[in-house]
Ligand binder design. Structure first.
Ligand SMILES: NC(=O)c1ccc[n+]([C@@H]2O[C@H](COP(=O)([O-])OP(=O)(O)OC[C@H]3O[C@@H](n4cnc5c(N)ncnc54)[C@H](OP(=O)(O)O)[C@@H]3O)[C@@H](O)[C@H]2O)c1
Length: 281
C-alpha cells in the first residue's frame, strides 16, 4: 500500500476503509472482510457507535497492530478538555488498543480548543500518533490552526470528483495539513459518481469502473480516500486502483466535474449547527 507522510513523519496509507453507517452488529464482519481484502487503514468515530466492532475485528485478524492504521474522532458531546480526555480512553478501550494512529475532532463546534488540549496531551503521552480535525472549512480551519500549538496534521473533508475542495488547499498547505477525503464515492445512496458516464468512459480502456476512477483520481493527487462498502466484492474493487495511471488530460477532464467546491453540507448554516448542538452538545 502506498503511504503519505504526515507533518510529524507518521506514514499513513493512501487508501482506507470507512465504517460510517455500518451498524454496530455488522462492523466486526465488515472490518474483518476489509482486512482480509487488504485494507490497512480503518476510519471510525465515536459517533458511529461501532468502535467495538472495529476493535474486535482488528484483535482477531492476526495482523500485527503496527501494520494497521486506526482512525477515530471525538464527537461533539465529548468536546472540552476533560470530556475529550475521558472519551479518548473510552475509544482506546472500545478499540482494544493502547494507541490510536490518528485522532480527529469530528465537527468544528463546542469547546474545540479544550478538546485539542486533551488531544495534544494524549499525543505527548503516546496514546495517539497523529492528531487532526474534520469538517473545518477554510476560515474556521485558519483560525483554529493559527492559535493551536500543534498544528492539525489532517483535515478530513467531504472530497470527491463533484466536491473537489480546491479552495482550502493553499491554507492547509500553509500549516502542513494533509487532506483526507470522506464520501470519496459521493456518499451513501448518492449515484452521481458511481454511475457517472464521464468516469465510466475514462475507466473503460483500463477495465476500471467509475468508482475505481474516482478513487484513483483522489489518490493520484495524494489525497487519502476512505470508501465504505458492506460488500466484500466492492471492497476489493475499491482497493484495486493502483495498477493504472490517469493521464493529465483525464485528470483535467475530471476537474471539470466540480459542482460544489466546499461540499454539499453547509457547516455555516445556523439551523444545521443548532440541530447538532441541540441533539448532541
Ligand atoms: N468526517 C466526517 O464527518 C465523515 C462524514 C461521512 C463519512 N466519513 C467517513 O468516510 C467514509 C466514506 O464515506 P461515506 O461512507 O459517506 O461514502 P462513500 O464511501 O463515498 O460511499 C459509500 C456508498 O457507496 C456505495 N459503494 C461503495 N463502493 C461501491 C462501488 N464500487 N460501486 C458502487 N457503489 C459503491 C456503498 O454501498 P454499499 O455499502 O451497499 O456497497 C455506499 O452506499 C465513511 O464510511 C466514514 O468513515 C466521515
Amino acid at each position: 500500500m502506498e503511504t503519505v507522510k504526515l507533518s510529524n513523519g507518521t506514514e499513513m496509507p493512501l487508501l482506507g476503509y470507512g465504517v460510517f453507517l455500518v451498524p454496530p452488529q455488522e462492523a466486526e464482519r465488515c472490518v474483518s472482510d476489509a482486512l482480509k481484502v487488504g485494507y490497512r487503514l480503518i476510519d471510525t468515530a465515536q459517533a458511529y457507535q461501532n468502535e467495538e466492532g472495529v476493535g474486535a475485528a482488528v484483535a482477531k485478524s492476526g495482523i500485527s497492530r503496527e501494520d494497521i492504521f486506526l482512525v477515530t474522532k471525538v464527537w461533539i458531546s465529548n468536546a472540552g478538555e476533560q470530556k475529550a480526555a475521558a472519551s479518548i480512553d473510552e475509544s482506546l478501550r472500545k478499540l482494544k488498543t493502547d494507541y490510536i494512529d490518528l485522532l480527529l475532532i469530528h465537527q468544528a463546534y463546542g469547546d474545540v480548543f479544550g478538546s485539542w488540549r486533551a488531544m495534544e496531551k494524549a499525543y505527548k503521552d503516546g496514546k495517539v500518533r497523529a492528531i487532526g480535525v474534520s469538517n473545518f472549512q477554510e476560515a474556521r480551519f485558519f483560525d483554529f490552526a493559527h492559535y493551536v500549538d500543534i498544528k492539525p496534521m489532517v483535515n478530513q473533508l467531504q472530497c470527491n470528483a463533484l466536491v473537489q475542495q480546491r479552495g482550502i488547499e493553499t491554507v492547509m498547505t500553509e500549516f502542513g495539513t494533509h487532506l483526507m477525503a470522506w464520501g470519496p464515492l459521493g456518499g451513501q445512496g448518492v449515484d452521481g459518481i458511481v454511475k457517472s458516464e464521464v468516469l465510466s468512459q475514462i475507466g473503460s480502456p483500463y477495465g476500471k469502473s467509475a468508482a475505481q476512477v474516482a478513487l484513483r483520481w483522489l489518490t493520484q493527487r495524494g489525497i487519502v480516500a476512505i470508501p465504505k462498502s458492506t460488500h466484500k466484492e466492492r471492497m476489493e474493487q475499491n482497493l484495486n486502483v493502483f495498477d493504472f495511471t490517469l493521464t493529465p488530460e483525464e485528470m483535467k477532464r475530471i476537474e471539470t466535474m466540480n459542482l460544489h467546491d466546499t461540499g454539499t453540507v453547509n457547516f455555516s448554516d445556523t439551523g444545521f449547527v443548532k440541530y447538532l448542538i441541540e441533539t448532541y452538545g
